[in-house]
Design a protein around this ligand. Structure first.
Ligand code: GDP
Ligand code: IMO
Ligand code: MG
Length: 467
């Protein structure tokens, strides 16, 4: 298996140490998943990029262009929204599986941008014919539903979606008769028949929604839409396949699969902080439904977590800091969204939420990211419990209203005054930083095996055993 990155520039820069400590983690002894354990943007892209050379396939199983995964190869930055982060390696097969919702407009743009940067997107990229398609009316509906909420309740009621049409597309998937799948794009006559029916309905519904929000509405033209999306079908057609069969055959042939989670466990439609979530199963539980690969096939789960907490969009976040500390975290961590550029809400690490998310996603180890951002704080607060109406809560609450009202209970640990971004081994870290890591893993009950101290590939520490 080659470790060759997908550009000559990247190839020149991505020299690997020999033997590579990542191999000692044994994550590629079976199929593996990389899953976010907070509210997104934990650094999943960086971890997928690090692990991808040990696998044959990199597979997205959920979400759509609401994701923004950054990968940094020395000074070059890539921001991926739909295409799996394995695309930087030309010999990896990158798959958008059934559970992903695909915006062809965004996807074609992303393909062009990557090709413009010398990244090959050809036979190494496949799209499931069962994946659902995001159409312009989904993005409009997304915006109008948020506007309607704002109209009725002000900002507080809004989910604060990315505006990428994710919710309406998954809603149509559940409705069935108003959904378009990737396979439908390949047959213009069939697409036309479906879209004529759907657009009739959408024009009524969206017109009424726009009316409610006092916004103008231009009815959609089914013929024009059909021509445009049949053209996308022609462009994307060579990549479309039966991804379930592709993955089953790969497994039968002994190929190794890395599943790339988008969004994160606390945004999971069934297990997150509902209704302030996205519309897919972004926890590990989305892998079987989103790919057709049974759960028992997944041997290792890397739970990706920031050394503090961020959240973008609406919804409860008990440890949020609306003060100088929160601002300092935002600036030090460059906490502005990869997809929308919105400032992320920042706060201390929440171990109650993390323990819950690690259990839901079955994390077998943790990758602790952005540890460098905490350098310079004299003390660090860590949330170890919640108080609600004077009582200690035993579990992460199901009700977003309760979570909004809880008061975090903090333990204070020593900070580390010096920067850590130059550290390359766990033992290079100052002892308070090592203590912080031990504190986390002891509380969560899952070992921290990867520590990240900067966005670059080389700024990654591998910890073989807990010590
Ligand atoms: P994802 O959506 O989970 O892939 O995460 P994002 O890419 O949206 O956000 C994570 C950001 O943190 C990106 O800009 C990464 O380049 C950056 N990053 C990843 N690991 C580290 C780290 O250890 N330290 C710092 N300072 N930045 C990091
Ligand atoms: P990655 O993969 C951070 C959030 C949105 C919003 C809510 C619903 O980069 O970690 P949606 O557009 O999905 O209907 O929005 O979910 N959200 C994310 N936040 N990172 C993400 O992805 C996110 N994907 C969705 O901000 O609050
Ligand atoms: Mg992101």
């Amino acid at each position: 298996m080659s470790n060759r990155p997908n550009t000559t520039a990247a190839a020149a820069t991505a020299t690997r140490r020999d033997p590579d400590p990542i191999d000692t983690l044994d994550l590629a002894t079976g199929h593996c998943a990389v899953v976010g354990l907070q509210w997104g943007d934990e650094g999943k892209g960086k971890i997928v990029d690090l692990l991808a050379p040990r696998f044959d396939f990199v597979v997205r199983y959920n979400g759509g262009a609401n994701a923004g995964h950054s990968v940094q190869v020395d000074d070059t930055r890539y921001a991926l929204h739909l295409i799996p982060s394995g695309i930087l390696y030309p010999d990896k097969m990158n798959v958008l599986a059934n559970g992903v919702v695909i915006d062809p407009q965004q996807l074609c743009k992303e393909i062009e941008e990557l090709r413009g940067r010398d990244i090959a997107v050809g036979d190494n990229f496949r799209i499931s014919n069962r994946a659902h398609v995001v159409l312009p009316y989904h993005k409009l509906e997304d915006a109008l539903l948020e506007a309607a909420l704002g109209h009725a309740h002000g900002d507080a009621g809004r989910i604060g979606t990315t505006g990428r049409g994710i919710g309406p597309c998954y809603a149509d998937k559940a409705l069935r008769t108003t959904a378009i799948r990737v396979g439908d794009l390949l047959n213009a006559a069939h697409l036309h028949e479906k879209l004529a029916h759907i657009v009739r309905i959408k024009n009524r519904v969206l017109g009424a929604l726009a009316d409610l929000c006092d916004q103008p509405f231009e009815p959609l033209d089914a013929d024009a839409l059909c021509r445009q999306y049949a053209d996308f079908g022609k462009i994307l057609g060579p990549h479309v396949c039966d991804a379930t069969t592709l993955l089953h055959d790969a497994i039968a042939d002994g190929r190794k699969i890395l599943f790339e989670g988008a969004n994160a466990t606390l945004l999971d439609i069934d297990h997150g902080t509902y209704p302030f979530v996205t519309s897919s199963n972004c926890s590990l539980l989305g892998v079987p439904s989103g790919t057709g690969v049974p759960g028992h096939q997944i041997k290792n789960v890397v739970g990706v977590v920031k050394a503090y907490t961020t959240r973008v969009g609406g919804g409860p976040m008990p440890t949020q800091l609306d003060n100088d500390i929160g601002n300092r975290l935002r600036e030090a961590g460059r906490e502005y969204g990869t997809t929308t550029g919105r400032p992320r809400r920042c706060g201390w690490l929440d171990l109650v939420a993390l323990k819950y998310a690690a259990a839901v996603s079955g994390a077998s180890c943790l990758a602790l990211m952005l540890l460098d951002v905490l350098a310079g704080f004299e003390n660090l607060n860590v949330c170890v419990g919640y108080r609600y109406q004077g009582q200690h809560l035993a579990n992460f609450p199901a009700d977003a209203g309760v979570l909004e009202a809880v008061e975090p209970i903090y333990d204070q640990v020593s900070g580390f005054g010096t920067s850590v971004d130059h550290c390359r081994r766990f033992d290079d870290l100052p002892s308070p930083a090592r203590d912080y890591i031990r504190f986390i893993e002891e509380h969560v009950g899952v070992p921290v095996r990867i520590v990240s101290v900067g966005p670059r590939r080389d700024q990654t520490l591998i910890r073989l055993t807990a010590r």
